[in-house]
Write a protein that binds this ligand. Sequence first.
Ligand SMILES: [Zn+2]
Length: 448
Amino acid sequence: MTDSTADFLLGNGRIVDGLGNKAFDGSVLIQEGRIKRVYRMAETIELPASVGRIDVNGMTIMPGLIDAHCHISFDEPSSNDELFFHRREGLAAIIAARNVQKLLRAGVTGFMDPDSLSEIGIDLRDAIEAGIIYGPRMSVGGNALLTSVGGTAGRLLPDEGRRGYGKIVGSRDEIVAEVRRQVKNGVDWIKVHVTGLAPRMQCEGELQVWNYSELKLVTDTAHELGTPVVGHCRGASSIRDAARAGFDLILHATYMDEEALEAVIEAGVPIAPTFTFQANLADYGADVGASPSLQALFKREISDSAVMLKRAFDAGVPLLCGTESGFSITPYGEWHYRELQVFVQDIGLTPLEAIKAATSDNAFALRLEGETGAIEAGRLADIIVVDGDPVADVTILGQVDRIKQVYIGGIAQPTDPVMPVRKDPPGWRVSHYGDRILNYDFVHSGKK
Ligand SMILES: [Zn+2]
């Protein structure tokens, strides 16, 4: 670990540039926190003795992973109940400052936190940028904007006011005021829950809980203030309306129909499908006691949506890699590679396309498009050194012991800081009376 920004050469590596080009052997010169020059193996390298040399000996040099969808403030809740009613603001911020170290260890050099408990994402980003703690580059939203129908937490949300990561906006005036307040507080993105759950809804995906004109009001207000808008959309009409209203990024975008696909392609709006949560629950949910019907539902969401997402991709719509890390199904520092695997196995991208999605394309989510996410002269030196070939198998990026070095702005990050053994603070998790209902028959029929 070093705080120094001294010039150095990462030599003798296999370079995967994150721009979709074929890998090649070479070296990377880092100067003042940026990539100064990329050398092919055959080129002679003449550098002054003051430039340090780090021989990476055939390992892969690639841009650090960027996660376009990670909830750093949530601390791995197993239910919305826990997330909305068991967290305290100050403690959540302190724990987030610890959890962010796990992302570094996993080779994540940047992530987008679209909404956070009590907007502590803003504080965490500022603390990292100010050099208070180590951490990946961050872009952040504030409280997610919700209508009183709610989002994915349904009736846990109040009819008005703020709770957890959400702010309920009840009128056009309130929409405008809230967007302006968040911009004043320093958000990089405005986040809108365009769809949500309702008890008696009859639709594929979730119910659209905003109308087009309200969505347009959000984008108009935010764009006037130079701030992009990201929407949570599960369901065809919500995707269509968000694309037409000028949303800058759509999360999930599942259950698209032809009309929604056309709107997305016409707008060219990037999509972060964020299938990692669903894929983890579908593939491993049984191991952690998830209900089989929920597993089947999530499996279907991926298979039903993969074809339309691939058609969007083939028509030029960028697909960004996001993992929804931050829940008990997607703990920090462990699944940031998983969306690449889903992109390859379920959507049909090549490994090079998936890596590009997770690096140079994902720089868009950080609002650092063209600035980071690639091994290219002029870019910020946000680089990882990987023991192995992620082009042959993207899942090796999930093996943290293969991530040998992590640089952000040319500074080596501490990937093995000494930490005390983690325990949960009192009242932090939901506690159950038991795993089942204690029926009379259960006790007395001899079945227990
Ligand atoms: Zn999310």
